[in-house]
Write a protein that binds this ligand. Structure first.
Ligand code: PMP
Length: 451
């Protein structure tokens, strides 16, 4: 792996054989060649060890030995399409459903291969439940991202508003409601939940609604957690309009919120359909849709559902091992303790002179956003500074972070759930040093590394 010129060769091959739309992190200056991982660490081809604060796919830690062994054993025994009865997938369904509240725990599960596929299927389920009425609308939330298939792009303002689509690519049946952002949005304080929900209620009042999609914590929108009470009000309005409520747990599910298996639980609601993906197979393609039995029955009136790879024996073995590790290693408890510790340290940093750019620290468990602003009153986004910090963290302190939010000024921290307090200290020390150094930098003269 350490062969001289390897990175340059891969960059060239990537350029030659791939489409430029297929993004790579740190692409402009120094993309990374990762060759190994363990826990919350990634190792590149030069042997540099990075603290990984962004990888929400390797949920229980990179190359976790228990997951690796389960996959290796199953792949050496049998992997087929999904037309046969198999204990792995049945056991995974049983154990997964047991993590949900009623009535979802008595519902049905579809295993698929990605979060996008899960949301695509959720849309079909909602349409089936509504009886395929031609005028049924689908409500989403501004800045949301629900995946890359054609249908999922149509549910994602983050994508369908792209300038290249001319007037945008929003399907006629989709309507976007205000994002419930209590930091930057128009509504803040104790009345925010009702004020944001009023927008959803207004959309519901204007015609039939088949479905309301929302991430339980919005990730690419910059870690937006809806104010308490918001989902309860929205769900009531959507159901009164004849629709179903879909919780996208692709980013927030499977214990990332610590105390809660699923992000929606934090709001005391139960959706009709839940979609999940990224963390389920610790990197193996495993995703799922869970819905009520009633919705499953409506869908069963339509054509057969067959998914060649979804929930195959090998991916299901990975899924079972992930559940085992979360429980054995008490990773949900860890997410709560370490997440709280990290948010507390970030808030302390924000009250130091070098932390003045930190406008907001928010999150739940190990799903944390740090929003950088130039001015605490106007909230002018410190986008350039965030990008610069991100590249400096990567270069100098070997920490991988990601930037999100409509203004590209939110550092999103969503590491493997085995992240430790020591890892937090490493991150805080590095961030503090870089924030201090940034005070002496004139950004207009710097070629920073957008990530
Ligand atoms: N939903 C959300 C909230 C996501 O963040 C993503 C991926 N970032 C998806 C759906 C799509 O998942 P996938 O990339 O596995 O198709």
């Amino acid at each position: 792996w350490g062969a001289p010129g390897l990175k340059a060769r891969l960059i060239e091959q990537r350029r030659r054989h791939f489409c430029a739309a297929q993004s790579v992190s740190y692409a402009n200056v120094d993309p990374l060649v990762m060759v190994r991982g363990y826990g919350a660490r990634l190792v590149d081809e030069a042997g540099r060890v990075f603290v990984d604060t962004r990888n929400n796919v390797c949920h229980v830690g990179h190359a976790h030995p228990r997951v690796a062994a389960a996959v290796a054993e199953q792949v050496a025994t049998l992997n087929t399409n999904t037309r046969y009865l198999h204990m792995n997938v049945c056991e995974l369904a049983r154990r997964l459903l047991a993590t949900f509240p009623k009535p979802l725990s008595d519902g049905v599960v579809f295993f698929v291969n990605s979060g996008s596929e899960a949301n695509d299927l959720a849309l079909r389920l909602a349409r089936a439940k509504a009886g395929h009425r031609p005028d049924g609308k689908v409500l989403v939330v501004e800045h949301a991202y629900h995946g890359h298939t054609h249908a999922a792009i149509g549910l994602s303002p983050y994508k369908y508003k792209h300038a290249s689509f001319g007037g945008g690519a929003k399907p006629p049946y989709v309507e976007a409601c205000a994002a419930p952002d209590v930091y930057r949005g128009p509504h803040r304080g104790p009345t925010a939940a009702a004020a944001y929900a009023a927008d959803v209620e207004a959309h519901c009042a204007r015609g039939a609604v088949d479905a309301f999609f929302i991430e339980s914590g919005m990730s690419v929108a910059g870690v937006i957690l809806p104010p308490q009470g918001y989902l309860r009000l929205c769900y009531a309005a959507v159901r009164a309009a004849g629709g179903v409520c879909v919780a996208d747990e692709v980013q927030t599910g499977l214990g990332r919120f610590g105390k809660w298996w699923w992000g929606f639980e934090q709001q005391g609601v139960v959706p009709d359909i839940v979609t999940m993906g990224k963390p389920m197979g610790n990197g193996m393609p495993l995703a799922a849709v869970v819905c009520t039995r009633e919705i499953g029955d409506a869908f069963a009136q339509g054509p057969e559902y067959f998914n060649t790879f979804g929930g195959n024996p090998v991916c299901a073995a990975a899924g079972l091992a992930v559940l085992d590790v979360i429980e054995r290693e008490k990773l949900r408890e860890n997410a709560t303790q370490v997440g709280d510790y990290l948010m507390q340290r970030l808030r302390c940093l924000s009250s130091t002179p070098q932390g003045e750019l930190i406008g907001s620290v928010r999150g739940c468990g190990l799903f944390i956003g740090v929003e950088f602003v130039k001015d605490g009153v106007t909230l002018e986004p410190a986008s350039l500074e965030t990008s610069y910090l991100c590249s400096k963290l990567k270069d100098a302190h070997l920490i991988l972070t990601s930037i999100d939010g409509p203004h590209n000024n939110v550092l999103v921290i969503k590491p493997p759930l085995c992240f430790s307090k020591r890892d937090c200290d490493t991150l805080i020390d590095a961030l503090s040093a870089e924030l201090l150094a940034l005070r002496a930098v004139n950004l207009s003269t710097v070629t920073h590394t957008p990530t």
